[in-house]
Design a protein around this ligand. Structure first.
Ligand SMILES: Cc1cc2nc3c(=O)[nH]c(=O)nc-3n(C[C@H](O)[C@H](O)[C@H](O)COP(=O)(O)O)c2cc1C
Length: 177
């Protein structure tokens, strides 16, 4: 079974913890975990995998987390080919304090990897999230899994479980979960 590459960018450790939780759920033998800050060199790291879970929290006003900035810029210039790759996105945000730009980073990653040829899966209903605005909604759904450890940490575990269930349709390594 092909391994899943989990790559995350996290400033205060929230998305990192989520990434570790996801790895635990999937099983360590079925995935490799990369910190964008410590383990990422270039797009070839991503391209080793046909199945990717990419985590990115949102900072500034709807911006991607710092460790994703340069990689995204480089990929925009170099245009590596992600056709044949299946990608699902997750990331932390704050629907109250930053509810006007809720999890904006997910939309940025979505658009960029889609433009590079990837198949983006794992869109999540906006139902149950309270926020003012988000640039991460396409066709009425979040493009990935938003998690809010500031206001709704009690919902995180179930949200991850529901999302992994949803991903089974596109990630063969998850079918046995
Ligand atoms: C200065 C600042 C700006 C932020 N901007 C946003 C934002 O635009 N949208 C959002 O959803 N969350 C925003 N947040 C909330 C963070 O995304 C949230 O705290 C998250 O849990 C951080 O995850 P990390 O530790 O993985 O980086 C912001 C937080 C701070 C402190």
């Amino acid at each position: 079974m092909k391994k899943i590459g989990i790559f995350y960018g996290s400033t205060s450790g929230v998305t990192e913890e989520i990434a570790e939780k996801i790895m635990e759920e999937i099983g360590e033998e079925a995935c490799d975990l990369y910190s964008m800050e410590e383990d990422f060199d270039d797009a070839d790291d991503l391209l080793k995998y046909d199945y990717l879970l990419l985590g990115c929290s949102t900072w500034g006003a709807g911006e991607v987390q710092n460790d994703w900035r340069e990689p995204l810029f480089d990929m925009e210039v170099e245009k590596p080919d992600f056709s044949g790759k299946t990608i699902a996105l997750f990331g932390a945000g704050d629907c109250t304090g930053h509810g006007k730009h809720f999890v904006g980073a997910l939309g940025t990653l979505h658009d960029q990897f889609k433009a590079l040829g990837a198949k983006l899966v794992g869109a999540v209903s906006t139902a149950g999230y309270s926020f003012e605005a988000s640039t991460s909604i396409r066709e009425g759904k979040f493009v990935g899994l938003p998690l809010d450890e500031v206001n709704e940490s009690e919902k995180t575990e179930q949200r991850i479980a529901d999302w992994l269930e949803l991903l089974k349709a596109d990630f063969p390594a998850l079918a046995a979960l």
